[in-house]
Ligand binder design. Structure first.
Ligand code: NZQ
Ligand code: ZN
Length: 384
């Protein structure tokens, strides 16, 4: 493994039914004026909103609402949140939702303390925020593991870009699988595939030689595959639901990335397509992954073959054959769990959009191969 420094700042509360106690414990440690941030409507429909407000009032907090955070959160929405934080003198931000709500709040937290535009600060000046309004995350949709890190994926609608920004870490994460039970199965599946994608993208990063981070990663990948199959067959299986939630956390809390230079080129492609189409993150990743990996068959065959054997339990007569069988197994799994394999299944039929995405996509050097924009366009086109 490469050298590394590791420190982890997010306190974790994991367990079925842990939310109420965990939130009340955490609220003892924060200021009086709390911003309750949530998405487009599920929180109120499921009744969790009323419970959250009651728990916060029981803890003596003043509650200010910040609802309507959309999937693929926009930069404008994060700016709206930052204005509310400043105007209402907010001491603490409580994000209750999936990756979109949790990411949006990371930027709200940072922007509220800044006098300059955080997008320009990061992309034009390469400077990063150092002061934040403290916050915590209550996860209602697992998969992205957004509660584990300080990267926020934000869509800048005017610039037609969906890109990562550095924001705040959440002080704590509440991982109560009961809160994900109202999530539609389609979103459970695309979230779990997102977790698998994070594992694969990390695994394919440098160095390619065998190492402990990758061995732990293989166990997480096997666990995602097994428990997703279990949960699809039996949506009431709380154990599998909890396992997937912790898989999601492990894939993004840095552990699998220790000593590795990660790549995430597939993610950068999804983000670029997402900026033009607002597509679902996990579903688009499912479309891109097998084709992208077929473009790595030359440079990444050893690692792809190891993944084939350790994760998919397939083996051919040569390294090349084994690597190919592994990609075929990944594609078969994607079909088995009902995720799309072609852009048309997401209503994306315009080749011009894919060209624009390849032209604006962030190019990543962390994998076994440096892609050109033309080859990334080929990858996207082959998924039509
Ligand atoms: O908005 P509401 O009405 O709440 O509905 C949401 C949304 O429509 C719904 N939902 C969430 N919890 C629910 C629920 N519905 C019923 N019951 C519940 N308990 O689910 C829908 C999707 O929510 P969203 O937060 O958008 O999904 P997800 O958690 O998959 O997050 C996706 C976002 O995370 C970013 C993605 O790019 C995307 O913007 N990512 C963030 C990462 C990070 N920060 O580390 C890593 C990922 O790679 C990813 O890029
Ligand atoms: Zn992802």
């Amino acid at each position: 493994m490469n050298s590394f420094t590791y420190q982890y700042p997010v306190r974790q509360h994991f367990g079925k039914g842990c939310a109420e106690n965990a939130i009340k414990e955490e609220m003892k440690l924060v200021g009086r004026n709390v911003l309750l941030a949530y998405g487009g409507g599920s929180l109120k429909r499921t009744g969790l909103y009323d419970k959250m407000v009651d728990w916060l009032h029981e803890c003596g907090k003043n509650v200010t609402d910040f609802g309507g955070i959309m999937p693929n959160p926009t930069y404008a929405k994060a700016q709206e949140g930052a204005r509310i934080v400043r105007e209402q003198g907010i001491d603490f931000i409580l994000a209750v939702g999936g990756g979109s709500v949790i990411d949006c709040c990371k930027i709200v937290s940072a922007q509220a303390k800044l006098n300059e535009d955080i997008w320009e600060m990061q992309y034009a000046k390469h400077q990063y925020p150092t002061e934040f309004v403290p916050m915590g995350a209550v996860v209602t949709a697992s998969g992205p593991g957004a509660e584990q890190n300080n990267g926020a994926v934000i869509t800048h609608t005017e610039k037609k870009l969906k890109q990562p920004l550095v924001g705040a870490y959440h002080n704590f994460a509440v991982l109560d699988s009961n809160l994900t039970k109202t999530l539609p199965m389609g979103q459970v599946i695309s979230g779990a595939f997102d977790t698998l994608s994070h594992c694969m993208e990390t695994y394919m990063g440098k160095p390619q030689t065998d190492n402990l981070s990758d061995e732990i990663n293989e166990a997480v990948m096997r666990n995602v595959i097994k428990n997703l199959r279990t949960l699809i067959a039996d949506p009431d299986n709380d154990f599998a639901r909890g396992e997937l939630m912790w898989d999601s956390a492990l894939a993004e809390n840095g552990l699998l990335k220790l000593g590795k230079q990660t790549d995430f080129q597939c993610h950068m492609l999804e983000h670029a397509v997402g900026a033009y189409t607002d597509c679902n993150h996990g579903r688009a990743l499912a479309i891109i992954h097998p084709t992208l990996y077929r473009h790595l068959l030359n440079e990444g065959k050893e690692k792809l073959a190891r993944m084939a054997e350790q994760v998919w339990n397939v083996k051919g007569e040569t390294v090349e054959q084994t690597a190919t069988l592994g990609i075929d197994a990944l594609e078969a799994f994607i079909k088995e769990i009902g995720l799309p394999t072609r852009w048309s299944e997401l209503g994306i039929t315009d080749e011009g959009v894919l060209r624009a995405a390849a032209d604006t996509c962030l190019l990543m050097p962390g994998c076994c191969k440096q892609f050109t924009r033309d080859e990334l366009f080929e990858v996207l086109k082959e998924c039509m």
